[in-house]
Design a protein around this ligand. Structure first.
Ligand code: HEM
Length: 368
């Protein structure tokens, strides 16, 4: 396409700002997600605000998707600069241009891998989380270098009167029209996705892989009891919850015995790492009450599932989570006995925890 917008610095700088904001938001919320799931030893993930992870991961996925048209528009505008000859006129320029490889490659990888992940598609042999995490650091490093290198030129191009106007012609777009198209497409994608976590927008969420009110008992299931191979063990009348490890006396509870314990209610979201979330009223036994019954001396607990294999067959409750009054082993949701796919006979639910750590089909609390 012959257009004077190709190579136009003002358009490139405007899109650059929008992409910078989007990538910064994704990076911050992504690092938050990493800290929530894999906290380093010096960090304790808090239990409050209870809906924090719901917001950060919702923002991450919606903003990430909204960045796609911006990145495509920017690549279209600057494409001819990639293939120009000679590629660089000085060593400094050559170095600066080399950082475009991780910038463009990394940016496209983050968008592509993120999109594939939320759609449950893993066409690669490596760990999505590990790759997405490290590529995010590399990309943001390259982006920072790029912003520093282009700072002066971008400021000049964005200064009022700093760039000559581009009039719409038969073969092209005006600057304003093109930016409006890119930002409009970005806003539209956000609007058509945000309903996976923002209740009132659910009916518009045609691009979201999950609708928060669709599934057994009115909310989604990522892994069914059949997929986790627990259909038999979860319904076994001999089921017992064991509380053991660093305890004064090991305890075992049938579901009926758990039901006979003081019950507590809490309205808490299930907030999936894939960006969807749904708030529900849970009822069950406080983890801290069960620990007290066993005379637990430790402050951290590993929660085990009947699910034998897989990354989500266990999760750890930190000292704030084990003492929080809303960290429950839920027996009911919204007044009904938990559906098998939601973790019957009991599931863990606690404030501000990523969904993958709200362990289902809980069989054991191992006090650490
Ligand atoms: C735009 C630039 C992006 C950056 C800088 C970025 C960065 C990150 C980081 C640092 C993490 C944490 C990884 C970890 O827990 O170790 C993360 C997680 C995640 N990102 Fe992104 N991301 C971007 C785009 C996207 C997009 C476009 C999507 C989806 C459409 C996406 C979906 C996800 C998901 C689902 C996770 C959670 C993965 C899991 O824990 O299983 N990301 N991201």
């Amino acid at each position: 396409v012959r257009s004077r917008l190709r190579g136009d610095e003002r358009t490139a700088a405007s899109l650059g700002i929008a992409i910078g904001v989007a990538f910064a938001l994704c990076f911050i919320t992504g690092v938050v997600s990493h800290l929530a799931q894999s906290p380093p030893s010096w960090f304790t993930w808090p239990t409050r605000p209870a809906g924090l992870y719901r917001v950060t991961q919702g923002v991450h996925v919606v903003v990430g998707i909204a960045a796609i048209p911006l990145v495509l528009a920017k690549l279209w505008v600057v494409f001819l600069k990639f293939v120009r000859w000679p590629p660089a006129r000085s060593v400094a320029e050559a170095l600066e241009r080399v950082t475009l490889v991780p910038l463009v490659g990394g940016g496209l990888f983050l968008l592509g891998s993120g999109l594939a992940n939320i759609n449950g598609w893993y066409p690669w042999p490596f760990s999505f989380r590990l790759a997405h995490y490290w590529v995010a650091w590399i990309t943001v490093g390259a982006l920072t270098t790029h912003v520093i290198a282009k700072w002066v030129a971008a400021r000049e191009a964005l200064r009022p009167g700093g760039a000559a106007p581009i009039a719409p012609t038969a073969e092209g777009w005006s600057r304003r029209g093109f930016l409006g198209l890119a930002l409009g497409a970005s806003g539209l994608l956000a609007l058509l996705t945000a309903g996976q976590t923002v209740g009132p927008l659910e009916r518009l969420a045609v691009l979201a892989p999950r609708r928060p009110s669709v599934g057994p008992q009115g909310f989604p299931v990522n892994r069914t009891a059949a997929e986790a191979a627990v259909r038999r063990t979860a319904r076994d009348p001999g089921y017992r919850l064991t509380v053991d490890g660093n305890v004064a006396s090991e305890r075992r509870f049938s579901r009926a015995e758990l039901q006979a314990q003081p019950q507590h209610e809490a309205v808490l979201p299930i907030a999936c790492v894939e960006g969807w979330s749904a708030s529900r009223r849970w009822r069950g036994v406080r983890v801290r009450d069960l620990l007290a019954l066993a005379g637990a001396a430790g402050t951290e607990v590993r929660v085990h599932s009947l699910q034998r294999a897989g990354a989500f067959s266990t999760s750890v409750l930190n000292r704030w989570q084990t003492t929080d009054p809303d960290t429950l082993l839920a027996l009911e949701v919204d007044g009904e006995v938990l559906h098998l796919d939601h973790g019957y006979p009991i599931r863990l639910i606690g404030p501000n925890r990523p969904g993958v750590h709200q362990t289902k089909w809980v069989s054991r609390l191992e006090v650490l």
